[in-house]
Design a binder for this molecule. Sequence first.
Ligand code: MN
Length: 250
Amino acid sequence: MARILVTNDDGYFSPGIDALAAALGALGEVTIVAPQTEASAVGHALTLRRPLRFVAIKPGVWAVDGTPTDCVNIALSQLYPDGVDLVVSGINKGLNVGDDVTYSGTVAGALEAALLGYPAMAVSLDYPGEGADFRPAAAVAADLAAGLLASPLPVRSFLNVNIPDGRFRGVRATVQARRNHVTKIAKRIDPRGLPYFWVEEAEDDWEHSEVSDHQAVRDGYVSVTPLQPDLTDHDLVGRMEKLTALVKVE
Ligand code: MN
């Protein structure tokens, strides 16, 4: 029986993780290890400066008071020292497309698993708000999970899956979209006269691309993007001589 670890960044109590675990239950033994409180947009953070607690919530469900990356590491070391067959992160309340994947705790959960050598997938839903039905997205995740179990991707590669709300028209293999990156910071004054700041929602201004993850979801398609952890600009490596020559070697 396949051993499947499920995590997320919205917290162990999120309806998205319940729907995901239920759908994956048809494929094997599913264990949830997820953050105790919401950890959206924590990216690939590890908690290094305080202890972590690992709490059993109910059979098959555990919480860690840390990040998705903490969850994957604690789950694999404490529950699955012999490894798992698949790690799935989600289903996130909201898309994780394009440039935004580096902020995503959901994607980082799958990234960490991929770095540790396990087949992995992140799943996000274009979230319509409270009361959303995660079951259609969970069924998509289960279909793709079955595919990963049957024929794994190359080591260190993993999937980032984004799903439109409601009915979808098909599935597209995509690349990351690029967003016109304007981050707005709101400055306010607290009751003691001191300033405080809120990072506001990013502007929804994407470069047009027929092959992008963002466009696929906009067109009503499930977006499946193969990712890998290497951020190196491989084309540039061979063209760094001018720059590297500027550094004086004594
Ligand atoms: Mn989230």
